[in-house]
Ligand binder design. Structure first.
Ligand SMILES: Cc1cc2nc3c(=O)[nH]c(=O)nc-3n(C[C@H](O)[C@H](O)[C@H](O)COP(=O)(O)O)c2cc1C
Length: 191
């Protein structure tokens, strides 16, 4: 790998941020580009090549169906004393502001421990997040409580689990510095 690749990937990694739907411009994301991004997700590593990541892509009219479903699930599964009309509306708005929303699904193969397939699916999401960011598309991984009830809507099999939604959209946010505690807290060197 050339030093240019090294600098480019460092730049992309360090400039990827969680970008939320209110910052999206509403510009459509072409299906061909989404396919390219998903191809990068599909390049993630996996033990025994089980390739456990699955994505359900919502775009165009699919976004309205997802928004309705998430709002309905929030209403059904939120105790009345915690229910907030505003939260239900913002759930819909977030979906409808997006150029696309991906349901992130793991399909457990049984060939390796489940945590390995969770980890591999997260690697796939990170690949997608990075390449989307490099394409000028912001996104974030959302993991609301409703993901525990969305299996039927997504048509999931018994060995599959929804891990959240990846909201995506072109945006006009200025770059932000990552908010992280010092690396030294997280790394121990044995020399
Ligand atoms: C597995 C996972 C689940 C997440 N779930 C949520 C979520 O439900 N709501 C949210 O606002 N952000 C969620 N995030 C995004 C984080 O908030 C975000 O990545 C974090 O604040 C760091 O910001 P950065 O990505 O811009 O560096 C999630 C991220 C991951 C990896």
């Amino acid at each position: 790998m050339s030093s240019t690749h090294f600098e480019a990937i460092k730049h992309i990694i360090n400039h990827r941020r969680a970008v939320f739907p209110p910052s999206y411009t509403g510009q459509a994301i072409p299906k061909e580009l989404l396919t390219e991004l998903l191809d990068c997700a599909d390049a993630a590593p996996t033990h025994k090549l089980t390739q456990p990541w699955r994505f359900v892509v919502f775009r165009e009219q699919g976004l309205a169906r997802l928004a309705d479903q998430l709002a309905a699930l929030y209403k059904i599964h939120t105790p009345p004393e915690q229910f907030l009309q505003k939260k239900m509306e913002s759930t819909c708005d977030k979906v409808l502001q997006s150029g696309a929303v991906l349901a992130i699904v793991v399909s457990y193969s049984g060939a390796v421990p489940q945590w390995e397939e969770l980890a591999a699916t997260a690697c796939a999401v990170q690949n997608l997040w990075l390449v989307a960011s490099a394409a000028g598309i912001g996104g974030y991984w959302s993991s609301p409580g409703t993901i525990n009830h969305i299996g039927d809507f997504l048509g999931l099999a018994a060995n599959q689990e929804c891990l959240g939604f990846f909201y995506m959209g072109y945006h006009d946010e200025p770059p932000r510095i990552a908010n992280r505690r010092p690396l030294a807290e997280k790394v121990r060197w044995e020399e």
